[in-house]
Design a protein around this ligand. Structure first.
Ligand SMILES: Cc1cc2nc3c(=O)[nH]c(=O)nc-3n(C[C@H](O)[C@H](O)[C@H](O)COP(=O)(O)O)c2cc1C
Length: 182
């Protein structure tokens, strides 16, 4: 890939030793040439409130919407919380999805990576995000990437398991191709 591609990323955990962030770090390293991944923080977003929206988006919301709508794609790398989307990520999506007809992601293409310590590889949150994004985005990469047993596959800030690195490399290439399709 020679074309440049900017990929905005939401990482679904604030934990200092987050496995999701280790996957993000490795995704940055194995992304195809020309693809740049930039994490956008969501921890300081207010909880979605239509009264705040009606009064005008706060600066942090404007920044989130501008950064993500101007990227070539949005990648969500997240754990599953209680079978679903972590609240902070859902809150960011809710801000991005507004307002009907002028959403910040209505033409944005989306990819999803889920991680879990167990063997189910965050299948539930991946399915939920894929479905949710089908309704509010410009298209969802057909195949999400699930990484189960993450505690044995990542350490010290990065993915260490060779097979998983290969899978992540291949998935990033397929996501970049998806973003490049018109
Ligand atoms: C509130 C909460 C709910 C969780 N629910 C699930 C779950 O439904 N499925 C699952 O596979 N793991 C679940 N976990 C475990 C997380 O997948 C695990 O803590 C993971 O390492 C969190 O991601 P991180 O390492 O990026 O912080 C849950 C963890 C928390 C804190």
């Amino acid at each position: 890939m020679s074309e440049s591609l900017s990929i905005a990323v939401l990482v679904g955990s604030l934990r200092a030793a987050s496995f999701s962030r280790m996957v993000f770090n490795t995704a940055v390293a194995v992304a195809p040439d020309g693809a740049t991944l930039t994490e956008h923080p969501w921890h300081d977003l207010p909880l979605f409130n239509q009264d705040i929206e009606d009064a005008g988006y706060p600066l942090v919301v404007e920044q989130l919407r501008t950064t993500i709508s101007s990227a070539d794609g949005l990648l969500i790398i997240t754990p599953e919380y209680n079978g679903g989307v972590p609240g902070g990520v859902k809150n960011a999506i809710d801000w991005l999805s507004r307002v009907m007809g002028n959403s910040a992601i209505s033409s944005q293409k989306i990819g999803v990576i889920g991680i879990s310590p167990g063997g189910k590889a965050a299948a539930s949150v991946r399915d939920q995000l894929q479905l949710m994004m089908t309704f509010i985005s410009g298209g969802v990469h057909e195949t999400s990437l699930g990484i189960g047993g993450i505690a044995d596959k990542a350490a010290d800030g990065a993915v260490t398991d060779e097979t998983t690195i290969d899978e992540l490399t291949a998935w990033m290439a397929s996501f970049a191709s998806f973003l490049g399709e018109s």
